[in-house]
Write a protein that binds this ligand. Structure first.
Ligand code: UDP
Length: 328
């Protein structure tokens, strides 16, 4: 049985990746320090024989006993609010953490895929963004702690590939949504749906003309799986090119949820990118991948998930007690 280490396993993407690798018949070693991850995202996997969980911060030395075939480094805070709250951890996990995991990959002769991001393009001057574009990033702005750490992550990953011949893949992830997003992480989709569910007005930042392109999580996971199984070692954009303004997106959420609340406008955060849309020519040609789930279908599934949350969760109390899941 092949064995895979997934960091950030209790997070939104990490937990969906755990599900996918379990489904593919792998033994999954899941790791998370639970500062932004939620152990309940993995609850259903704890009874399985081929699943283990370690509460560990990968910015410190990472020890895993036994063989590993693949490492997926998906640990990192991933929302602008988190970068403001925990900037140093954000910097460390993609720099020191990536270094530790590259060392582990080298020692285990495992292939590693690192989660990079459309944020490496910053507030892009090229539209849509191709992998060849180098980006427009403010290193010392509020997003700098994430953007520059992710850019360093790509650099050190490529250096381990060229200098140590470690097998690598780099996925540049664009805005992704789906069940298990944190309701209160500040990102636009959970923010709008949470506001609709609580009967609050929807907060559009700026005038709502900035754009994003939202990818449903199952499509993203399929793209990541294909990239990991390919032998392509350059960065690849994975995302859905279906672009929408944030103003229009708010209207879609109002229609979906049937809320009678209105849109209110707040200041645009500093360095908020004006437009974002992936060019997925590479993913199409190299991985034969493209997104399949429309925003309409994906939003419906995601809304059903948020509706199923308890009052407690809706009004923000995050629980992270993992001790009850530890195997005796
Ligand atoms: N946004 C908004 N209202 C909110 C939260 C976010 O209008 O309550 C905007 C935000 O300014 C940005 C876009 O929605 O332009 C996407 O924000 P998000 O934090 O989800 O991700 P980003 O792509 O900016 O990292």
């Amino acid at each position: 049985m092949k064995r895979v280490l997934i960091t950030g396993a209790a997070g939104f993407l990490g937990s969906h990746l755990c599900d996918r690798f379990i489904k593919e018949g792998y033994a999954v070693v899941a790791m998370d320090n639970l500062i932004t991850g939620n152990i309940r995202n993995l609850e259903h996997l704890f009874p399985l024989e081929n699943f283990e969980f370690y509460n560990h911060d990968v910015s410190n030395f990472v020890h895993v006993a036994g063989d590993l075939d693949y490492i997926l480094h998906f640990a990192s805070p991933a929302s602008p609010i988190d970068y403001l709250k925990i900037p140093i951890q954000t910097l460390k996990v993609s720099s020191l953490g990536t270094h530790n995991l590259l060392g582990l990959a080298k020692a285990k002769k495992a292939k590693i895929i690192v989660a990079s991001t459309s944020e490496v393009y910053g507030d892009p001057l090229v539209h849509p963004q191709t992998e060849e574009y180098w980006g427009n990033v403010n290193p010392i702005g509020p997003r700098g702690v994430y953007d520059e750490a992710k850019r360093f992550q790509e650099a050190i990953t490529m250096a381990y590939h060229t200098f140590h011949q470690v097998e690598i893949a780099i996925v540049r992830i664009f805005n992704t949504y789906g069940p298990r997003m944190r309701l209160n992480d500040g990102r636009v989709l959970p923010a709008f749906i949470g506001q609709a569910l609580r009967g609050e007005d929807l907060t559009v930042f700026g005038d709502g003309t900035q754009t994003r392109s939202f990818c449903y999580v199952d499509d993203l996971v399929e793209g990541i799986y294909r990239l990991l199984m390919s032998d392509y070692a350059q960065p690849v954009n994975i995302g859905n090119p279906d672009e929408i303004t944030i103003g229009e997106f708010a209207e879609e959420i109002i229609k979906l949820t049937g809320t009678t609340q209105k849109v209110i406008y707040k200041d645009l955060p500093q360095d908020d990118p004006m437009q974002r849309q992936p060019d997925i020519t590479k993913a199409r040609s190299i991985l034969n991948w493209e997104p399949k789930v429309s925003r309409k279908e994906g939003l419906k599934i995601t809304y059903d998930y948020f509706k199923s949350l308890s009052e407690d969760e809706l009004y923000k109390k995050e629980h992270n007690d993992f001790t009850k899941y530890i195997k005796k």
